[in-house]
Design a protein around this ligand. Structure first.
Ligand code: GDP
Length: 365
C-alpha cells in the first residue's frame, strides 16, 4: 500500500517526506530499509501496541507500516511531457492514494513558482495535469470500446460511462467527485486506474503560528477546506518545517515540544493515521512475550485471510480464531481473566476481523 506525495515545487514536499522517513528510521524496532531514496517505509503510530506490550512484557513491538513515495517534479505542462512530466504521472498511477501538499505559508525567503501564495490556483495547476493525463487514457479507451461496441452490447454500457467521465473531466473536475453508482459502475471505473479517481488528502502546509488553532485563522486553509469538501477529499493542517524539527527529537523532548505548541500529537502522526484509514486499512493485533505486533488488513477481511498475513500455513490450515477486543483485554489485565469473563470469543471462517481485535489463530499444519 503506497501513498504518493505530490504538489508544486517549493511547497514543502521534501521537508514533509524527510520528516516522515526520519520518523520511520528512528522507530527502533522496525527493520528499516531503504528501497529507493524516494520511498519511505513509515510506521503507523498505535498507542495500543505499547499498552499490550506492557501487559505481556513483550521483548519487541512491531508496528504496521505504510509506504510514502516522494513524487517531485510535477510542474505545469507535465502531461505534455514538460520536465520529465510523463514519468512522474506514471509514478502517481502506481500509488493507492495521494497526499497533495499545498503551500499555505507566507515566507519571502521561499520562492513560489507562480510568484505568490494561492493554494486554489496551485491545486488547480496540479489537478489539470492529472486531468489531462486521464483524458488521454479515456480517449484511448473510448476509441477501443467504440469499435467493440458494434458487436458487443456490454461494451455499450462501458462506453456510456467512459463518455460521462470525459465530460466531467473536461469541466475541470476530478473523477472522484462524480456521482457514481455503487457496484458494477464503481468497479469498472476502478479498473481504469484514473489518477483523478484516487483518494486525496490535502496537506495544508502552514507556518508554526497557525498550528494551535488547526489553521482556522488562516484564510488559505479555509479555501482548501472548502475545495476539499466539494471534491470529496480530506484536509490536514501541518507545518512541514516543525515536523522536520520534531522528527529530530528524542521521545520525551518531543512531548515537551508539542506541549509548548499547544498540541498533543504531531501533525505527522495524524496524517499517517488518516492515510492508513484513507487506504481502507485496519490493524488486528497479536500479543505475547516475544512480540506485540500490528497486522495490516483491508477492512472487511475474513479470519482465514487475516491469518494468511502472518503465514500462508495459517490460512490453509485455519480452524478458528480466538478473539478479544484489545480494550477488554487491557481492562481484564490478563488473557485468562478475559476468558473467565467470557470476553474471548471463538470465531470461524466467516468472521470479519475488526480493528483492534487481539487474535490467536488455531490451525492444522
Ligand atoms: P518541495 O520542492 O515541495 O519538495 O519543497 P521543499 O520541501 O524543498 O521546501 C522548499 C523550501 O520551503 C525549503 O527551503 C523549506 O525549508 C521551506 N519550507 C518547507 N516547509 C515550510 C514551512 O512549513 N514553513 C516555512 N516557512 N518554510 C517551509
Amino acid at each position: 500500500m503506497k501513498l504518493g506525495i505530490v504538489g508544486l515545487p517549493n511547497v514543502g514536499k521534501s521537508t514533509l517526506f524527510n520528516s516522515l522517513t526520519k520518523a520511520g528510521a528512528e522507530s527502533a524496532n522496525y527493520p528499516f530499509c531503504t528501497i529507493d531514496p524516494n520511498v519511505g517505509v513509515v510506521p503507523v503510530p498505535d498507542v495500543r501496541l505499547g499498552q499490550l506490550a506492557a501487559l505481556y512484557d513483550s521483548a519487541k513491538i512491531t508496528p504496521a507500516v505504510i509506504e510514502f513515495v516522494d513524487i517531485a517534479g510535477l510542474v505545469k505542462g507535465a502531461s505534455k511531457g514538460e520536465g520529465l512530466g510523463n514519468q512522474f504521472l506514471s509514478n502517481i498511477r502506481e500509488v493507492d492514494a495521494i497526499v497533495h501538499v499545498v503551500r499555505c505559508f507566507e515566507d519571502t525567503n521561499v520562492i513560489h513558482v507562480d510568484g505568490n501564495v494561492d493554494p486554489l490556483r496551485d491545486i488547480e495547476t496540479i489537478n489539470l495535469e492529472l486531468i489531462f493525463s486521464d483524458l488521454e487514457i479515456l480517449d484511448r479507451r473510448i476509441a477501443k470500446s467504440t469499435k467493440g461496441a458494434m458487436n458487443d452490447k456490454s461494451l455499450a454500457k462501458e462506453l456510456e460511462i467512459l463518455k460521462r467521465i470525459k465530460v466531467h473531466l473536461e469541466d475541470g473536475k476530478l473523477a472522484r467527485g462524480m456521482e457514481i453508482e455503487d457496484g458494477d459502475e464503481k468497479e469498472f471505473i476502478s479498473t481504469l486506474n484514473l489518477l483523478t479517481f484516487k483518494p486525496v488528502i490535502f496537506a495544508a502546509n502552514v507556518c508554526e503560528d497557525d498550528l494551535a488553532d488547526d489553521g482556522i485563522s488562516n484564510e488559505y486553509v479555509e479555501r482548501v477546506r472548502k475545495f476539499a469538501k466539494e471534491n470529496d477529499c480530506e484536509v490536514f493542517v501541518i507545518c512541514a518545517q516543525i515536523e522536520q524539527e520534531i522528527a529530530e527529537l528524542e521521545e520525551d523532548e518531543k512531548k515537551m515540544f508539542l506541549e509548548d505548541l499547544g498540541l498533543t500529537e504531531s501533525g505527522l502522526e495524524k496524517l499517517i493515521a488518516a492515510s492508513y484509514h484513507l487506504l481502507g486499512l485496519i490493524s488486528y493485533l497479536t500479543a505475547g512475550p516475544t512480540e506485540t505486533r500490528a497486522w495490516t488488513i483491508k477492512e472487511g477481511t475474513k479470519a482465514p485471510q487475516a491469518a494468511g498475513k502472518i503465514h500462508s500455513d495459517f490460512e490453509r490450515g485455519f480452524i478458528r480464531a480466538e478473539v478479544v477486543n484489545y480494550q477488554d483485554l487491557l481492562d481484564c489485565k490478563t488473557y485468562s481473566a478475559a476468558k473467565d469473563k467470557g470476553l474471548v470469543r471463538l470465531e470461524g471462517k466467516e468472521y470479519v476481523v475488526k480493528d483492534g481485535d487481539v487474535v490467536l489463530f488455531r490451525f492444522n499444519v
